[in-house]
Design a protein. Sequence first.
Length: 280
Amino acid sequence: MDTVEKKRLSKIALLIRKGVIEGTFNAKSGHPGGSLSIAEVLAYLYFKEMRVDPADPKAENRDRFVLSKGHAAPALYAALAHRGFFPVEDLKTLRKSNSYLQGHPNMNYVPGVDMSTGSLGQGISAAVGIALASKLQGAPYRVYTVLGDGEIQEGQVWEASMFAAAKKLDTLTVFVDNNNLQIDGTVEEVNSPYPIPDKFRSFGFNVIEINGHDFDEIEAAVKDAENCKDKPTAIIMKTVKGKGVSFMENAVNWHGSAPNAEQYALAMAELDAALADLDA
C-alpha cells in the first residue's frame, strides 16, 4: 500500500475514533474501548475493500459485513456515517430514545447495517448463513465479520466455525479483535480462549495473524483470504483496547464506560492532534 493511501485510511480511522468518542460522550454510555480497537479494519473494509454503495445500501451483490461484537456499534456507525450512509451529525444521537442509532446495530433502521447483532456469538452464525447463501446462489459477494476475543468464549462461535469449514465457505472472512480485555478483566483471567490461531486451524480455517492497526498487514491478510479456496479464513488481529486515546489504552474500565466532559475534551484533542500530524 502506498504512502498516500495509507495516509488517507489513517485519517479515516481517526475520524472513526472521533465518532466513537462523540457518540459515547453524548449518550453518557456505550462501549468505547472495543470500538476504538477496530477502527483500522473498519476503515480498510469500508473505504477500500468492500463493494458497498450508500446510495443503494441493499444492493443485491454488495459485500456484507456483520459486527458480531455488536456492542462496538459506535465504531460501525462512525464508519457508515463517514462513508455516506447517513449524516455524521447523527452520531451524537447514539442511544437516545428517539434515535435509530441504538446501542447495538439494527438492520431494520440503520442504513448499511447488514445484520442486527448484540447477543454475543450469534453474529458469526448469521455471517456463516449469509456466506452459505452466496455459495448456493453463485453470487459474487464476500462476507466479513468481526468478533471479540471475549466473545469467542461462546460455544456458538465454534459451532458456526465447524459448519463454515465443513461447507468450505471460502467467501467468509472472520476477524478476531484480540485486544486481550473483556468487561471483567483479561481474557486469560476470565476464560482463556488461547491459543486462538490454533483453535481456528483445528476447525479447518485458513488462519492469518496480524497487527490489527497496520494497514499493510490488514490488506495482505484480506488478499490472502480472497485467494484461499475451499476454506474460510480467520484473521487474528492483535490490537490495543482503547487505541488512539492515551488514557483509554489497555484499560479494562473503558470497556463499557463513557467519557465525561473533561475526558471527552482530552480525547478529542489527542485525536485532532493526530489528524494534524498526518497533514504536517
